[in-house]
Write a protein that binds this ligand. Structure first.
Ligand SMILES: Nc1ncnc2c1ncn2[C@@H]1O[C@H](COP(=O)(O)OP(=O)(O)O)[C@@H](O)[C@H]1O
Ligand SMILES: [Mg+2]
Length: 335
């Protein structure tokens, strides 16, 4: 772990009696590759906990281990009081899992898909009927109930997937990159629905490579190459970041960026429109004054301290690009 990552690590406060998920040393190898490396987790009930990280950092592998679907190579896991993998079968009845890819039947209608899921979970016919009617209403699927899943939009499919994942009223819900195929407006609506579920008593674990989504979580872990780089609430992580954030303006921002990035005191400089967002290591106590006295500052028209964002936390913890950029690059390579 780097010094910056260390500074990001916030102590795990939850007591053992008050946890939905606890993992110690959770590890998964695939041949020589360590996909998840000695992960420690404490997830409080009735909250939304996020895994934030780029493509390949180990989010899905971790989720699969926590659902009992994949056996860890090492480590101890307890989910809703059940030890895994020994008690995976009992656990399955109490969890819902929305996988990264749409996993319902495209050739079945909304209603047929939900009836099928109800039968898999062994709901009594009467209970299944009323529960499905309730979910069709809650998730705005009633007008679509005779439509085939394969012909629905991304947002509609996502609501159907969520309805199917909670049909059996699980106490714990796993959502693996649930909004990747959804436009921003529907993403917002989806998150409102997640908070409704938490209000009704559910615990939710959600993986994402979107900063804005991670920022909505009560707590989150930042993952990189199977390692947890930081863990805490968005506010805690920003407070413990170990860097100052400045925004500067000037006429030659590309050159300024190159000059700043070469300095050891600068963690990163990234352009946002007509400004550069600059992360200065916190061993510099007066960053604005320090920057103003640099030769490179001659050209600058404005230097201002600004509040950190989760994206700044990500950069300081991992020293990398934003996860959504990495995801996009990975998709471009795959295409
Ligand atoms: N079944 C598997 N066999 C071999 N390697 C795998 C398998 N599943 C995942 N991996 C590898 O483990 C790493 C983490 O993958 P994954 O958990 O899917 O990441 P994420 O969900 O964050 O994109 C990647 O390098 C991936 O290629
Ligand atoms: Mg994944």
């Amino acid at each position: 772990m780097t010094a910056a990552a260390d500074a990001c690590a916030v102590s795990e406060a939850a007591a053992d009696s008050d946890v939905a998920i606890s993992a110690r040393g959770l590890t998964r190898r695939f041949g020589d590759l360590i996909a998840v490396d000695a992960l420690d987790l404490q997830i409080a009930p009735r909250s939304i906990y996020g895994f934030l990280g780029p493509n390949g950092c180990g989010k899905t592998t971790t989720v699969r281990m926590l659902t009992g679907l994949l056996t860890p190579s090492a480590g101890e896991v307890r989910v809703l009081g059940h030890r895994l993998p020994a008690e995976a079968e009992i656990l399955k009845r109490n969890i819902g899992y929305m996988t990264q890819k749409f996993s319902l039947y495209e050739d079945l209608t909304v209603l047929e898909n939900l009836r099928f899921v109800a039968s898999v979970y062994g709901l009594e016919p009467h209970d299944a009927k009323s529960r499905i009617a309730e979910l069709l209403g809650t998730y705005a699927l009633e007008p679509l109930k005779h439509q085939r899943a394969g012909s629905m939009s991304g947002g509609q499919r996502q609501r159907l997937s969520l309805a199917a994942a909670i049909l059996h009223r699980p106490a714990l819900l796993f959502l693996d990159e649930p909004t990747s195929a959804v436009d921003p407006e529907h993403r917002r609506d989806f998150w409102e629905r997640l908070f409704d579920l938490v209000d009704a008593g559910a615990t939710i674990l959600v993986s994402t490579h979107y900063m804005d989504e991670a920022e909505r979580c009560h707590r989150l872990a930042i993952l990189e190459n199977g390692h947890k780089r930081a863990d805490g609430s968005p506010a805690e992580l920003m407070a413990a970041m170990g860097a100052h954030v400045l925004e500067v303006e000037g006429p030659y921002l590309r050159q300024t960026k190159t000059a700043l990035t070469a300095l050891p005191e600068i963690l990163s400089a990234a352009q946002l429109g007509s400004r550069l967002r600059v992360l200065v290591r916190d061993r510099i106590t007066e960053p604005e004054r320090w920057l103003k006295e640099l030769p490179v500052a001659r050209d600058l028209t404005q230097i201002a301290s600004v509040r950190p964002s989760l994206e700044d936390v990500f950069v300081t913890c991992t020293g990398q690009n934003r996860p959504q950029d990495q995801q996009r690059e990975a998709n471009e390579v795959a295409a």
